[in-house]
Design a protein around this ligand. Structure first.
Ligand SMILES: NC(=O)C1=CN([C@@H]2O[C@H](COP(=O)(O)OP(=O)(O)OC[C@H]3O[C@@H](n4cnc5c(N)ncnc54)[C@H](OP(=O)(O)O)[C@@H]3O)[C@@H](O)[C@H]2O)C=CC1
Ligand SMILES: O=C1O[C@H](COP(=O)(O)O)[C@@H](O)[C@H](O)[C@H]1O
Length: 479
């Protein structure tokens, strides 16, 4: 299992994800000297292309999607690339693909950046060509199913050819620097862990807000909706990282064992604990944007926004709500986790006219990577009547704290770990299935209740019911 692959086989090599994320990430790793010198990358898809044409295709993608300051010399990287035309649905052609891959000196990593409906046929094709041996790893892009049953089908199909310790399921949020930093914050510092529980935390908020709309992924998104596109995977992974017990080690088994316990402890959501929405025409940053129906070209009742009040039923989190919200066409792009601490048990300043606010830790994941702890401090001055207190931020801006550090694409971390065989930041089967189980229950609740999305204006923070979901508990969403 512990080998650094010297072959990377990329299915869906001509697709949007390959162009925008995978090729730029591989190039960036190469430019930083992080890829083994003998690593060869073989792209495959149905489009007819020679090796040379694929290199030109890749060069165009790099020029389009990599920031100019990260481009550097491309020739060496492009020389690593070759291409094989293949229709993944027919067995014909896999032998030629195997010839193109050749015999790896150490091992092969395969990345399926294709629709999940192709996973089954692809795996059968790989098996027929002898490309599933012990020195082969399999990496799967999301979506891993549309519900628990379809996810199990995919997982079974993959498990028929690869053991779990050779399956790498991507959740690109786990490749984000500040998401990993959450683990460092919690487990490399003494000060937070003793307070990280129901005795000291009032509630947690997780927001993943996007300004974009459909972005061309029309059919996929309209089938999925916000809950399956964002909550089932990214948001539940963030929740699991916030809520998990300290793992004994930073390794794939220990970290994922702790995450799955949290996912299994999620209480089924009840009526009134979710709000869904769909954007209508509005404006974001002064720019008019069309409504979802207009972007889609037909009426739809797919939710583009969801807010959920979640509960983790275990000792640590008893009575602590986790408010989750995500949506498209919101006023700004922001992903953040807010830990709202409880009030101090007794204010010694109450008799002196001072008002207190509880501490709040805000972990900014994107676009700004920063960690802010709000503390109460005395306002300077010689006030005779009492003491004035005010909330002040203790702010760590990651780019300042680590100046000179390159801001990386999340896939850089994940592709490197795939090639090197580290599963810590990949999602295990039991996690994905626990995630689906919880999501399926919410979706069947919606179906039973006949819940349809409320409208919200593009550029607002979602339907007013989402504000009310928190406010009726005395909670204000952080903005
Ligand atoms: N784009 C994104 O930002 C994200 C995408 N994803 C997921 O990643 C996967 C890929 O997405 P994306 O790149 O956007 O999709 P695209 O539709 O842009 O690309 C699909 C790729 O699959 C290839 N393909 C399609 N049919 C076949 C076939 N029968 N045999 C072999 N290759 C085939 C296509 O090439 P050709 O037509 O030449 O065969 C193309 O390279 C999807 O499941 C998507 O949901 C996940 C997260 C984000
Ligand atoms: O997986 C997905 O994520 C993106 C958001 O990713 P981010 O890294 O830009 O936060 C989302 O736009 C897309 O709909 C979804 O499929």
């Amino acid at each position: 299992m512990s080998f650094t692959a010297d072959r990377l086989l990329l299915f869906g090599a001509t697709g949007d994800l390959a162009q925008r994320m995978l090729l730029p990430s591989l190039f960036a790793l190469d430019a930083d000297g992080l890829l083994a010198p003998d690593l060869k990358i073989i792209g495959t898809a149905r489009s007819e292309m020679t090796d040379g044409e694929y290199r030109n295709f890749a060069r165009a993608a790099l020029e389009k999607y990599l920031p100019a300051d990260r481009r550097g010399r491309m020739a060496e990287f492009l020389n690593r690339l070759s291409y094989q035309t293949l229709d993944a649905t027919t067995l014909e052609g896999y032998d030629d693909l195997a010839k193109k891959v050749g015999t790896p000196a150490r091992g092969l990593a395969i990345f399926l950046s294709t629709a999940p409906s192709l996973f089954g046929p692809t795996i059968r094709g790989l098996q027929s060509a002898g490309l599933t041996g012990e020195n082969v790893r399999m990496c799967l892009e999301k979506p891993l199913g549309t519900d628990l049953a379809s996810s199990r089908e995919i997982n079974d199909a993959v498990a028929g050819a690869f053991p779990e310790n050779r399956i790498f399921r991507i959740d690109h949020y786990l490749g984000k620097e500040t998401v990993q930093n959450l683990l460092a914050l919690r487990f490399a510092n003494l000060m937070f862990e003793p307070l990280w529980n129901a005795a000291h935390i009032d509630h947690v908020q997780i927001t993943v807000a996007e300004t974009v709309g459909l972005e061309g992924r029309v059919a996929f998104y309209d089938d999925a909706g916000a809950i399956r596109d964002m909550v089932q995977n990214h948001m539940l992974q963030l929740l699991a990282l916030v809520a998990m017990e300290p793992p004994a080690h930073f390794d794939a088994t220990a970290v994922r064992d702790e995450k799955v316990k949290v996912l299994r402890a999620l209480r089924p959501v009840i009526a009134g604990e979710t709000v869904t929405g769909q954007y209508r025409a509005g404006a974001i940053g002064g720019q008019a944007v069309p409504g979802y129906d207009e972007e889609l070209g037909k009426p739809s009742d797919t939710e583009t926004f969801v807010a959920i009040k979640a509960h983790v039923d275990n000792w640590r989190w008893k009575g602590v709500p986790f408010y989750l919200r995500t949506g498209k066409r919101l006023p700004k792009r922001v992903t953040e986790i807010v830990i709202q601490f409880a009030c101090v048990p007794h204010s010694i300043f109450a008799g002196r006219g001072a008002t207190m606010q509880p501490n709040r830790l805000v972990i900014g994941i994107q676009p700004e990577e920063n960690i802010t702890l709000s503390l109460m401090a005395k306002v300077p001055g010689l006030d005779r009547e009492g003491i004035r207190l005010r909330q002040v931020p203790l702010n760590i801006a990651m780019p300042d704290a680590f100046s000179g550090a390159v801001r990386r694409i999340a896939y850089e971390r994940l592709l490197l770990d795939l090639v090197e065989g580290d599963q810590t930041l990949f999602v295990r089967r039991d996690e994905v299935e626990a995630q689906w189980e919880w999501i399926d229950a919410i979706r069947s609740l919606w179906a039973t209740e006949g819940l349809t999305p409320k409208t919200y204006t593009a550029g607002s923070w979602g339907p007013s019911a989402a504000i009310a979901l928190a406010e009726r508990d005395g909670v204000t969403w952080h903005e």
